[in-house]
Design a protein around this ligand. Structure first.
Ligand SMILES: NC(=O)c1ccc[n+]([C@@H]2O[C@H](COP(=O)([O-])OP(=O)(O)OC[C@H]3O[C@@H](n4cnc5c(N)ncnc54)[C@H](OP(=O)(O)O)[C@@H]3O)[C@@H](O)[C@H]2O)c1
Length: 419
């Protein structure tokens, strides 16, 4: 499990300057669809040459590989700091400089602050600036255990950004629509829309080979636990059915669309559609989208291209945009590093603000982490099989980075509601 270059005994810092490094014992790391692309060698790097001029990140990634040219999968998860370097005991004859109080300490709970660290392993070293400390990490661990929180940060972060960065959504009238409503990101989108922004969310799912009973169970689950306002199988959506839906939603949500001060009515309006599927599923989303609205594509699960009628652009002024969380994380990282160079006290880190908001909302029981099922790293074949199954309730595969023993069957899924 531990890469040879990173074995605890023989580790030599590749660092030549004043960078502090932290060794993190990974607690658990989820398996995301993008990890498969990394394994196939087709997942692009969010690091532009211009963004990594001194090659520091490229060096850290090279260093984190098992051997030259091989990259470890895994971009998220969480862990605990077990060692920092340089530390007083490692200083030897060098003059030891006391680190700032914001520095990581042994025992801190952390999540990756940049993508591509290769988190599917028992422990790894990375520059301190590549980690984000969770101030309430211990509380999160005590409340939910090791596995459930592991899937919160990237799925919740992606959902959070897409709901905040494209429009300032207004609870007086805005409605969000998404496909893959049962995906881990989709589960977080509908909850953040409802619980944080007070905006209704329409989640589309696919029936696929689910029985009508299973579809009903999934719809009930996504409404109750995912806080989606409506959950609709996309196979049954037509232009007429969408018009009827909006009529009934307008009457049901009347209280949310009348301004309390001015009594002004705000008609329901879908400005934002989130697409994780591609192909014809986007055309279903477009049936909901208002003129001047935006489809944000963040995934392509169907592996089919998006075909949009010309009239959508000309007469309806629809925008097609994309979102990549890895790029956002890298941009924030660079901003922090630049600020630190200019002003050592730094500025507010948007990654930390967002992670803190997510953790607080989970601990306050306003948000629930996506359901997970855990596997040992050795059982990766069983785990990958489970991740591609079309289950009634989808559970994200999370690897236990500390347990090394072979397992005969997957552990009981931890779908328990937040306490
Ligand atoms: N851009 C970013 O920064 C970013 C960040 C995170 C995730 N993502 C992307 O977001 C998507 C969801 O990620 P996740 O981690 O939430 O995934 P997940 O929990 O594993 O869920 C996968 C989703 O895709 C659906 N799906 C699977 N195969 C499909 C197919 N052939 N056609 C249509 N739908 C299909 C599943 O529906 P069934 O249950 O019906 O199979 C499910 O809704 C992925 O494409 C992922 O790469 C992007």
């Amino acid at each position: 499990v531990a890469p040879s270059k990173q074995s605890e005994e023989s580790w030599v810092a590749p660092w030549g300057g004043a960078t502090r490094w932290a060794q993190v014992k990974m607690i658990a790391a989820p398996w995301n669809p993008a990890d498969l692309l990394s394994v196939h060698g087709v997942y692009p790097s969010p690091w532009e040459r211009a963004e990594d001029p001194d090659g520091a990140f490229a060096e850290a990634i090279r260093f984190s590989a098992f051997e030259e040219g091989k990259i470890v999968a895994g971009s998220e998860g969480w862990g605990r700091v077990v060692k920092v370097y340089p530390d007083k005991e490692d200083s030897g004859t060098k003059v030891y400089v006391e680190p700032p109080s914001s520095s990581l300490k042994v025992g801190d709970f952390v999540v990756p602050g940049v993508s591509g660290l290769g988190t599917l392993r028992s422990s790894l070293w990375a520059p301190e600036s590549h980690w984000i400390r969770l101030d309430r990490g211990q509380e999160l661990f005590d409340a939910l255990g090791p596995f459930t929180p592991a899937a919160l940060f990237q799925t919740g972060g992606t959902a959070w950004r897409m709901l905040h960065d494209f429009f300032k959504l207004d609870s007086r009238g805005d409605v969000v629509v998404q496909n893959a409503g049962n995906s881990a990101v989709g589960f977080m989108v509908s909850q953040i829309a409802a619980a944080i922004l007070n905006v209704p969310c329409i989640s589309l799912i696919r029936k696929g080979n689910r029985t009508p009973t299973q579809v009903q169970q999934l719809q009930d689950y996504l409404k109750e636990r995912g806080k989606a306002t409506l959950v609709l199988p996309e196979e049954s959506i037509t232009k007429n059915s969408v018009a009827k839906l909006f009529e009934s939603m307008e009457s049901q949500h009347r209280h949310t669309i009348i301004d309390a001060d001015t009594f002004e009515e705000h008609p329901l309006s879908v400005r934002l559609a989130l697409n994780a599927v591609g192909g014809s599923s986007v055309n279903k989303l477009l049936l909901f989208l208002n003129n001047h609205g935006t489809v944000v594509t963040y995934g392509g699960m169907s592996r089919e291209p998006i075909t949009v009628d010309t009239s959508e652009f000309i007469f309806r002024n629809i925008d097609l945009a994309g979102y990549w969380h890895s790029r956002w994380m890298v941009q924030q990282y660079r901003q922090q590093e630049e600020q630190r160079r200019i002003n050592s006290s730094g500025v507010e880190d948007a990654r930390l603000t967002m992670m803190t908001a997510l953790v607080n909302a989970v601990l306050d029981q306003r948000l629930e982490c996506p359901p997970v099922q855990s596997f040992t790293l050795r059982d990766f074949q069983m785990a990958l099989g489970a991740s591609s199954e079309m289950a009634t309730i989808r559970q994200k595969v999370v690897f236990d980075c500390q347990e090394d023993k072979p397992q005969s069957a997957p552990r009981k899924p931890s779908t328990k509601k937040n306490k």
